[in-house]
Ligand binder design. Sequence first.
Ligand code: NDP
Length: 479
Amino acid sequence: MGQFKNFIGGEWVEGEAVIRNINPSDITDLVGEYAAAGAAQTKAAIEAAAAAFPAWSMTTPQQRFDILDAAGSEILARKEELGRLLAREEGKPLADGIGEATRAGHIFKFFAGEAVRIEGTALASIRPGIDINVMREPMGVVGLITPWNFPIAIPAWKMAPALAFGNTVVLKPAELVPGSAYAIVEILSRAGLPKGVVNLVMGKGSIVGQAMLDSPHVNAVSFTGSTGTGARVAEACVKRGAKFQLEMGGKNPALVLDDADLSVAVNACLNSAFFQTGQRCTASSRIIVTKGVHDAFVEQMVAAMKTLKVDNALEPGCQVGPVVDARQLAQDEKYIDIGRKEGAELAWGGERLNRATDGFFLQPALFVNTKNDMQINREEIFGPVATVIKVDSYEEGLAIANDTAFGLSAGVYTTSLKHAAHFRRNAKAGMVMVNLPTAGVDYHVPFGGTKGSSYGAREQGRQAVEFFTTTKTQYSFAG
Ligand code: NDP
């Protein structure tokens, strides 16, 4: 098997080291060997992007449309193959992998359209005879740093708007899952992009990511990942005046009220707490339940959890794949241990599972009798571990839902219009769901949170233009 190389200045380049991409469902399965870049290669990629920017920024919207649309078409045509690659390298069930690849194709097509729809504003001046135009211009070289849990969707939702609005790109995917990002860059490399417009540098965050943060030629950094790394990105960008946006963790509440349709609530909580192994920033990790329905809810959740098929991501019927790697598995187990020591009661799950292949399988776990001030309710676990917090009333539930350092997504399960409307207005989160899982969003609307979950302009949808462009205010006097 040959090495999958970095893409720098339009050339495929050997790395300075090798990343072994291992299937978490079957650790004997090597997905591929990928090139790890060092600081010098990262610098070369940034220089290539800087050199390509003047010409690329002057391309017509139609040229950018054609390239993004072609890339989107190829991704959609190959969605099964790309979804399978994703399922192998990250451990998402195959159907979810194909769904994510499909989403990436749709994202490229959406932003192809955005390239031609870019708007400016014409205003009258407060002074006579003067016209004002407020126009958007690209930022320049943008650095994109992505996490392991959405290996194709997140690189897509950062690269597509960056390119649509005329920026050049240096992408650093998570070292754990370089394969899906490699595949879309390979597709882009044949879609008509001039050399240097897109560059791929795989490798370690502490080397490649840091080199991007420190480079004076990277004008903007779009980051998705953990809160700790996000803080480092912010610090480095503030120091040198670069623009940045951060999408980080969550501790998303799901509030189940006495008047909920219980089957709707149980299905939504099961999905958002445990599907994709709970490794979604929008996963429900705190399930807050009013006392009238608490016992019935827990009983039905546990019954539903017992039927979940946890298995190799490629196995037909798999609903929950493996944890992504040994380090994340150790983190999940550490928090299960912490929960027990804090006095929470494990209603179900939390055990390691053996399957036909050697992978990181964990039985989804539900803690009951928990308090919101427990560590398991304060810190993001990022695995298939959820808690139940019993409350007396809607008001108490809302207060607990909002009592967190995070604010990405929040859900309420109720048949009361009054409570649904109140929650939509008063939940302190960037995305609010009524009778729907907290995870699972559309690609054509803004995505992002409040408080410790996000910083800067929103990603996705029409709002993506805010981050990937800057405005120029043009005054003209016709005489
Ligand atoms: P990390 O913060 O560990 O990594 C994210 C990216 O940052 C990776 O590419 C990583 O590289 C890179 N990185 C690490 N250190 C540095 C550094 N010093 N300088 C620059 N880049 C660096 O997050 P995970 O990959 O573990 O992803 C999980 C986290 O992402 C969770 O907290 C989750 O909530 C969050 N997330 C948030 C989303 C949102 O939109 N709000 C969506 C998806 C995930 P490498 O891995 O190669 O070391």
